[in-house]
Design a protein around this ligand. Structure first.
Ligand SMILES: Cc1ncc(C[n+]2csc(CCOP(=O)(O)OP(=O)(O)O)c2C)c(N)n1
Ligand SMILES: [Mg+2]
Length: 574
């Protein structure tokens, strides 16, 4: 049986639910969607042929599609959109939804489902995707009536984008996609304004700042959209500033006030500063356990001012002296305005201690993963994007890259999703075709989504530069086994079975370079970056290197191991 081609109504208005979906997305400014078709979403894909202005990127796995949508959203701050069919297509989105929820990424996921008459019968490719994704979405819907579709989409997009952003899933049964549609598209809902910060609390925070001898500013992912304001705040009050893994780039790394990243693999300066501070002002962060270390030992001398849009985050982990519910940028502007005119206050004793801590920590002075990652990321320009996968290479990149601007650092922070880095870079590369999007991935994680090499080829994407740091191991797990399981290396060796990464790239039409020492790497990086198009660089490194500094799980930040106990270390900041 063949289907007639989709026909819009003579007025150009949507004729069925599927067409209403695309009309609505277009009306909301959606230009690019990432997806993968299947039986239960065929009417939507059929209707797509009527919308030449919407670009659909066919991934090779739904996880690739959703991480690409995340990369798009993380780099631009705009909504990412992905599509999948019912059952296995929809369940393949689950990891990406959880990832986006943890890292507050505005995302819309559209899934097809079996016709309503079959729902609940274990029909072919039926999955209760709203049930499955309830805990990993900000909200989700099953559309029961095509007439509701535009209103649901407008609401879903508002929820995804407003307040603390997050993923929203809209599940559309096949019969609803096919149902005649007679209504109109709902225009975008205005985003509700952020809650007005309580002026008395802002004044109280300014008072704490005036009295602080050892203040620290901590910025999280919520500050990515407020880089100018938080930078002005830090400079107005002369605040030593720490950016979490999610906050990297919200404050320029070149500023002498920057102390680096806190937490498990944070800098000595950041972790010591937190441990000795008498005041911490935290903006747009959630005091994740990887940031705090043992909570009872976190910032034992500090009063904590916590600014967040999400009231549920305030006081959730660390006792908060002064909670302020509000937008990071707005509160930063108000607080900066309360600093005295003229030069920021100086705190010579505190500055001297910070200066000493900055000289501590560091990486081995010989060839290894740290040196390799340093060589690679030091080639990034101020506007370039760096996307990482998860593991040792990720922490090294976070320690060693120097971001001057927000939204140039894409990493799976909260969920720690291996397989994230490469497809996220594809999404960013499509959003910003003029910008180099570098991926630093491990030999393990790259293989979780390496099939997306085909997506680069299919769409002629020229600005993704993939670096696989090949240590032949699931390095981060190996490091924990080494330190905490008496070197019982259990199921972490990949070296006997890794592919030839250059041949793998070649199979998809991408050129590749390989290096296994510093001098060759320098040349290989130049050729890899100079190549006019996407390309792969494999860096072969010895496997015995660990990532330090390190706060062992369960330890306080002040108990950090500053350097690898077994390796000589070069001086200089971590
Ligand atoms: C999907 C997923 N599975 C398992 C893990 C646990 N895990 C964290 S880091 C890591 C090792 C990563 O190895 P590789 O990609 O080679 O990076 P390396 O640490 O060697 O730099 C593993 C298995 C994870 N984070 N995500
Ligand atoms: Mg590895």
């Amino acid at each position: 049986m063949s289907h007639a081609p989709p026909t819009p109504s003579p007025s150009g208005a949507p004729a069925n639910g599927a067409q209403a979906l695309w009309h609505s997305l277009a009306a909301h400014g959606v230009t690019t969607v990432f997806g993968y078709p299947g039986g239960a979403i065929m009417p939507v894909y059929d209707a797509l042929t009527l919308f030449p202005d919407i670009r659909h990127i066919l991934a090779r796995h739904e996880q690739g599609a959703i991480h690409a949508a995340e990369g798009w959203a993380r780099a631009t701050g705009r909504l990412g959109v992905c599509l999948a069919t019912s059952g296995p297509g929809a369940t393949n989105l689950v990891t990406g939804l959880a990832d986006a929820l943890m890292d507050s990424v505005p995302l819309l996921a559209i899934t097809g489902n079996v016709p309503r008459s079959l729902m609940g019968t274990d029909a072919f490719q039926e999955a209760d995707i709203t049930g499955i994704t309830l805990p990993v979405t900000k909200h989700n819907y099953v559309v029961q009536d095509a007439a509701d579709l535009p209103g649901i989409l407008a609401e879903a997009i508002r929820i995804a984008r407003s307040g603390r952003p997050g993923p929203v899933l809209v599940d559309i049964p096949k019969d609803v996609q096919l149902a005649p549609f007679a209504g109109a598209v709902t225009p975008p809902h205005p985003l509700p304004p952020a809650p007005t910060p309580d002026p008395a609390r802002v004044e109280a925070a300014a008072e704490l700042l005036r009295g602080a001898a050892r203040p620290v500013l901590m910025l999280g992912g919520g500050a990515q959209g407020a880089a100018a304001e938080v930078t002005a705040l830090a400079r107005a009050w002369g605040l030593p500033t720490i950016t979490t893994l999610m906050g990297l780039g919200a404050f320029p790394a070149s500023d002498p006030l920057w102390l680096g990243m806190p937490g498990m693999h944070g800098s000595v300066a950041a972790n010591r500063a937190i441990s000795e501070a008498d005041l911490i002002v935290g903006l747009g962060l959630r005091f994740d356990d990887r940031v705090t270390g043992r909570v009872s030992g976190f910032a034992p001398h500090a009063r904590i001012v916590h600014v967040d849009l999400d009231a549920a985050e305030i006081g959730k982990i660390v006792p908060t002296h002064l909670p302020i519910r509000g937008d990071a940028g707005q509160v930063a502007r108000l607080l900066a305005g309360r600093a005295g005119a003229g030069d920021p206050p100086r705190r010579p004793d505190w500055e001297a201690r910070l200066a000493e801590w900055r000289t501590r920590g560091g990486h081995p002075d010989h060839w290894g993963a740290a040196q390799a990652v340093r060589q690679v990321v030091s080639r990034l320009g101020p506007n370039d994007i760096l996307s990482t996968d998860v593991g040792q290479h990720q922490m090294l990149a976070a320690q060693l890259a120097r971001f001057q601007k927000p939204r140039r650092w894409l990493t799976s922070g909260g969920l720690g999703t291996m397989g994230f880095g490469f497809p996220a870079a594809i999404g960013a590369a499509l959003a910003e075709p003029e910008v180099t999007c570098m991926v630093v991935a491990g030999d393990g994680g790259f293989q979780m989504t390496a099939q997306e090499l085909a997506t680069l080829t299919k769409y002629g994407i020229r600005n993704v530069k993939i670096c696989v740091v090949n240590n032949s191991y699931l390095g981060m797990v190996r490091q924990w086994q080494e330190l905490f399981h008496e070197r019982r290396y259990s199921e972490v060796y990949l070296g006997d079975s890794n592919p030839d990464f250059l041949k793998l790239a070649d199979a998809y039409g991408l050129p590749g370079w390989r290096a296994d020492n510093a001098a060759d790497l320098e040349e290989a990086i130049s050729a890899w970056l100079a190549h006019d198009g996407s390309a792969l660089l494999e860096v072969v490194v010895p496997n015995e290197h660990g990532v330090f500094p390190m706060v062992p799980a369960g330890a306080a930040l002040s108990e950090m191991l500053e350097t690898d106990p077994r390796s000589p270390v070069a001086g200089g900041p971590a």
